[in-house]
Design a protein around this ligand. Structure first.
Ligand SMILES: *[C@@H]1O[C@H](CO)[C@@H](O)[C@H](O)[C@H]1NC(C)=O
Ligand SMILES: *[C@@H]1O[C@H](CO)[C@@H](O)[C@H](O)[C@H]1NC(C)=O
Ligand SMILES: *[C@@H]1O[C@H](CO)[C@@H](O)[C@H](O)[C@H]1NC(C)=O
Ligand SMILES: *[C@@H]1O[C@H](CO)[C@@H](O)[C@H](O)[C@H]1NC(C)=O
Ligand SMILES: *[C@@H]1O[C@H](CO)[C@@H](O)[C@H](O)[C@H]1NC(C)=O
Ligand SMILES: *[C@@H]1O[C@H](CO)[C@@H](O)[C@H](O)[C@H]1NC(C)=O
Length: 373
């Protein structure tokens, strides 16, 4: 028999009546912790469906596992951010650009956009950059002050968790074919710009009342199926023996050294600042290289796409190339398409990091971050 808890009943009431929240329910709902989501395609739940871009995944076979229809998420099912919302007993957090989400703002909002980077130049016009996402957040915080009053909004914003996945597009773009962004910076300079821009955004959210920040560290993007395919194209060789695109690696390594330093620094400088740094790099690196240890059959090639490692961005057949391969059993794969994990990998990651022992001093588990004041 389906169990309908009091909390779920309240969610249903809120869902069907939009504004008419009963007193008991609003009391209960005050206890949830909102989730605001920023960044790139790892977390985009459909914002790009509403902008003029080719960076979209609102077509089959995206979304077939859990939603049974494409939603704009770059996976067969749910994302890391969806599983985090689930663990925090929140409904799915809606994309900012989806019309009519005003009545759901108290659960949080998803601003993430596929293609987005920390730098304005990164895929300009294709995704919503981090500065614009911040602008949208400020708009939402104004809306919340209208809905809840100053004190109510302040309490919601200070208890909320602000989740980020950003940087991957900045570091990959200069290496793409016909890139409009030159390689004119050293890794040290370039990582400095990315981390600097992230710092600005985090500080502005802090000034708007945010205190609790969650970050995934930089993924092993040089070993993604897309990077391996790019390596093949760049050097005009069909088979590169599975080598990773090592030119990107110094950026990834340095980012993963600088990000924890930044978070520790902010924690010591800003009163009440707390964070959770999630080691997605080592999680994926392990599964790419030793898939069977973690219950997967294939860690290197994607389930959906074409070419070597199915690393060309053809999943769904809507981006130029019409023909693509789709695997039979997506649960056997770590990657769904050329650069995004499967739902199963995403869920395994959140299962592991929700309660997980932080690997960095000063960092909290996600659970502790949501439960802290
Ligand atoms: C969408 O973007 C494309 C490519 O930049 C452009 O040619 C087209 O006019 C745009 N469409 C709209 C409706 O803005
Ligand atoms: C801010 O929100 C209002 C109301 O939802 C909307 O009309 C306006 O376009 C938004 N502004 C920005 C910059 O998103
Ligand atoms: C790069 O640009 C050249 C010249 O405009 C074009 O012929 C080629 O198809 C482009 N390559 C890719 C992968 O877009
Ligand atoms: C942010 O990035 C821009 C390039 O888009 C750069 O000019 C600027 O210095 C960076 N800001 C910081 C604080 O590093
Ligand atoms: C798909 O793969 C998963 C993981 O290896 C396995 O548990 C499941 O039984 C497979 N499903 C089918 C229909 O073969
Ligand atoms: C994650 O945890 C849930 C609940 O314990 C479990 O049902 C699910 O199978 C786990 N998922 C993965 C991919 O490990």
């Amino acid at each position: 028999m389906a169990k309908l808890s009091f909390h779920n009943i309240c969610l249903l009431i809120v869902f069907f009546t939009s504004f008419l929240i009963t007193d008991t329910c609003s009391g209960l709902l005050k206890n949830h912790v909102a989730l605001f989501i920023f960044g790139d395609s790892l977390f985009d739940a459909g914002n790009n469906n509403y902008i003029n871009t080719t960076f979209r995944s609102n077509y089959k076979p995206y979304g077939e596992t859990f939603f049974h229809h494409p939603t704009g998420r770059f996976s067969n099912g749910r994302l890391i951010s969806d599983f985090i919302a689930e663990r925090a007993k929140l409904p799915l957090i809606l994309p900012y650009l989806q019309p009519g989400i005003d009545h759901q703002l108290t659960y949080g909002v998803n601003f993430a956009s596929a293609g987005a980077g920390a730098l304005l130049e990164t895929r300009q016009g294709l995704g919503i950059d981090l500065q614009t996402q911040l602008g949208y957040f400020k708009n939402v915080s104004r809306q919340l002050r209208k809905q809840l009053g100053d004190a109510g909004a302040k309490s919601l914003l200070s208890r909320a968790v602000y989740l980020f996945s950003v940087g991957g597009n900045d570091y990959t773009l200069p290496f793409e074919i016909n890139s409009t962004v030159p390689h004119s910076y050293s890794p040290k300079q370039f990582v400095g710009l990315v981390i600097g821009n992230i710092t600005t955004v985090v500080k502005e959210i802090y000034e708007n009342g945010g205190r609790k920040f969650g970050f995934v560290n930089m993924l092993p993007i040089s070993c993604f199926p897309s990077a391996k395919a790019l390596l093949g194209i760049s050097f005009g060789i069909r088979s590169t023996g599975g080598r990773c695109f090592e030119q990107i690696t110094p950026y990834v390594k340095l980012h993963n050294k600088e990000l924890p330093k930044l978070l520790q620094k902010l924690q010591s400088e800003l009163k009440g600042f707390k964070y959770s740094l999630l080691p997605f790099y080592s999680f994926l690196d392990q599964r790419i290289n030793h898939p069977s240890k973690y219950g997967f059959k294939e860690g290197k090639a994607a389930c959906c796409g074409s070419g070597p490692y199915r690393g060309s961005r053809s999943c769904g057949g809507k981006r130029g190339v019409k023909e693509y391969y789709l695997c039979k059993n997506v649960s056997e794969y770590v990657f769904f398409d050329s650069s995004h994990p499967t739902e199963r990998a995403n869920q395994q990651f959140v299962n592991q990091s929700w309660n997980g022992k932080p690997t960095l001093s000063g960092s909290h588990s996600l659970k502790a971050l949501f439960e802290s004041y």
